[in-house]
Design a protein around this ligand. Structure first.
Ligand code: BGC
Length: 643
């Protein structure tokens, strides 16, 4: 018994001493690293030639690469969501290559000043790194600088597709880039070059069209417009203020229904069937056009090519994009896309980088990414020459933007939501409208019309007419965007004293006695982004169908205006409507709809995608044929015109 007690005591003393020793040793080690970090000077920079703006860019890149440690190189390959940066000091310490505000990731104060301060804080932190490599700051300015209230919200891409006007698209892209540059942001994840074949997909509206020729022409115009906003560098040199990123490479839009790798989605992030003929004839030409137009970065999609995630396709990224298309900019992966590659985070990163991904939109844990990739190079799982190639491509874009040669401050001479930009957006809205039915020339609304009744979920809702990627990822509800006009407001302003305009969202005017001359039902879809918008049966909501019926009961004629991200299935109802207009997602300038309704500008838009009659017709083939061989409701390019 005694011996047992003594043993126990001896053990406790031993354990205590052990713990104390461990604590002291850890403290000593921490102190040692603290001193090392604080007082040991950083590695000397071998060669400062990269800062010499008179040297050729490739020479400057070689100079910079020669001074970089492996850790610093891998840091350049990290694209991190701004909300995932643990401490600002990490941007400096790890030499983070790029930061993004995904949709909804806004500064504490969501104003032009708030953005400028936030971006310059990140930029300053990157410039404080040993080699002072400035970072890229990216946003999804896919229909204007959508994260920022007060910015001009242009029609989503499908509406621009309906205008089929490359000159107009170039102007829209330029105006968008001016608003982006006005907040110091230097990178936009646009244009979208997807070619949607299935209206059940929640991203149809992000694309211009399913026609490769139209996508190629508008995509190239968009890249040009974005990169045509110039900033002054040192001396008299100028550089594009905003880098454009065509996405999503490649075949996004041709995924098969119910093939998504994301359990919550139905088609978004799904599988695109392997088809080299479609690849060459349909999916690649828009990317080739965008590269010709000067794109310096391309984003790889979250879809799969067959069963292989795009981010793991060496064939498509290295052989086709960088090889056959001769792309010498950098390839960035999409949100968490690299980690969708099976095998765990280490294998996924190795496989993506080996396949040709140059920058990884992590977007979260940069520390473990840098650790893993550095380790992978050290043990020979990734060749250092691959890392050098990736970083060279990233630096090439940074040099092209003049990031090393200029003071990277927001350009305060550029305005957010200026009159000029709003006028342009208004023009784009009226040009994007597609007139699909016009019985007895009900449109444009005649001067003799003196009473108008308006109804529907999208009539008085700027949030709904702007769609997703507006302030929040999934969009907003209501009329609170500064400077914006709802479609109803536009109609009221234009009608002025010539016609009495009444509004009831549900169309219930029965108490008001006499029939009105015209009813306008402005119906549509609530905002959605990505897989959240995958809909098995995209039809009108029952409240909107009822609103149309209510208007029909109390108006002589009824025009239906659909505000939606895609064609909706309306075969059962369309025959009873006098007029039908597809307005897509017009954005902040609702007045543009009124301009065409009242004949101030003609209807000229054409359908950029085929309009199916039923889900049995989906997906629509590359040749425009329906899956079941039956006739479409409206073919691509259809659209009535007025004078
Ligand atoms: C989308 C991309 C977008 C990225 C960053 C992803 O979910 O697929 O189109 O650029 O998020 O916001």
């Amino acid at each position: 018994m005694n011996t047992h007690m003594e043993n126990k005591k001896a053990f406790s003393v031993f354990a205590l001493v052990g713990i104390l020793l461990f604590v002291f040793a850890s403290a000593a080690l921490a102190f040692f690293f603290f001193i090392l970090y604080k007082y040991v000077p950083p590695l000397p920079v071998k060669d400062m030639a990269y800062m010499d703006a008179t040297l050729p860019v490739e020479t400057r890149i070689t100079s910079l690469l020669s001074s970089m440690t492996l850790e610093e190189k891998v840091g350049q390959m990290a694209l991190v969501s701004k909300d995932s940066i643990v401490r600002m000091g990490d941007v400096t310490h790890y030499g983070i290559g790029a930061v993004l505000s995904n949709a909804g990731a806004k500064p504490a104060e969501n104003t032009q000043e708030g953005w400028s301060t936030m971006v310059s804080d990140f930029t300053d932190a990157s410039k404080a790194s040993r080699l002072g490599v400035p970072l890229l700051y990216g946003v999804d300015a896919i229909h204007g600088h959508g994260n920022l209230p007060g910015a001009t919200i242009f029609p989503h891409a499908i509406g621009l597709g309906a205008t089929a006007d490359a000159e107009l698209v170039e102007k829209v892209a330029k105006a968008t880039a001016e608003e982006v540059a006005a907040t110091g942001v230097n990178w936009s994840f646009s244009p979208n070059l997807d070619e949607p074949k299935d209206i059940r997909w929640g991203r149809v509206y992000e694309a211009f069209s399913d026609d490769p020729k139209l996508v190629a022409s508008l995509g190239a115009a968009y890249v040009k417009g974005t990169q045509s906003v110039l900033k002054m560098g040192s001396g008299s040199s100028t550089y594009p203020a905003v880098l454009s990123t065509p996405k999503h490479f490649v075949g996004a839009g041709s995924m098969i229904w119910d093939s998504s790798s994301n359990k919550k989605y139905r088609i978004d992030q799904g599988k695109t069937p392997v088809n080299e003929k479609f690849l060459n004839e349909a999916y690649l030409p828009p990317f080739a056009g965008a590269i010709d137009a000067g794109a310096q970065s391309v984003m790889v999609g979250l879809n799969s090519w067959g069963i292989r995630k795009l981010s793991a396709s060496k064939h498509l990224i290295t052989e086709v994009l960088k090889g056959e298309l001769g792309f010498n900019g950098f390839v960035v992966s999409d949100w968490y896309g690299v980690y969708e590659i099976p095998g765990g985070k280490y294998i996924a990163a190795v496989s993506a980088i080996d396949s040709g991904i140059d920058m990884v939109m992590l977007p979260f844990d940069y520390k473990s990414f840098i650790r893993n990739v550095v380790f992978a190079v050290r043990v020979g799982n990734i060749k250092e020459s691959r890392i050098d190639d990736a970083v060279r491509r990233i630096l090439r874009a940074k040099f092209a933007l003049g990031l090393f040669d200029q003071v990277n401050t927001a350009s305060s001479s550029l305005q957010i939501g200026s009159n000029e930009h709003r006028q342009l957006a208004r023009e784009a809205v009226s040009r994007s409208l597609v007139l699909l039915k016009n019985e007895e020339d009900v449109l444009p609304i005649r001067k003799s019309v003196t009473s108008i009744r308006v109804a529907g979920s999208a009539a008085d809702n700027v949030g709904e007419q702007s769609g997703a990627w507006t302030v929040e990822w999934q969009g907003i509800d209501g009329n609170w965007l500064p400077g914006a006009t709802s479609i109803l407001q536009g109609i009221k302003t234009r009608a002025g004293t010539n016609a009495d305009v009444q509004y009831e969202k549900d169309g219930n005017f029965s108490a008001n006695g006499q029939k009105a001359d015209i009813g306008i039902a402005i119906v549509g879809e609530s905002p959605y982004a990505e897989g959240w918008g995958d809909r098995e049966n995209p039809i009108l909501y029952k409240e909107d169908l009822q609103a149309i019926l209510n208007l029909q009961a109390t108006c002589e004629k009824v025009i239906v205006v659909i505000v939606s991200g895609r064609p909706l299935l309306v075969s059962n109802e369309v025959s009873s409507w006098d007029g039908l207009i597809e307005a897509w997602l017009p954005g902040s300038e609702g007045q543009g709809v009124a301009d065409a309704l009242f004949g101030d500008v003609p209807f000229t838009g054409k359908l950029p995608v085929p309009w199916p009659a039923s889900t049995q017709q989906l997906p629509i083939g590359q040749d425009g044929a329906t899956a079941d061989g039956s006739a479409l409701l409206f073919a691509r390019d259809f659209g009535l015109t007025t004078r």
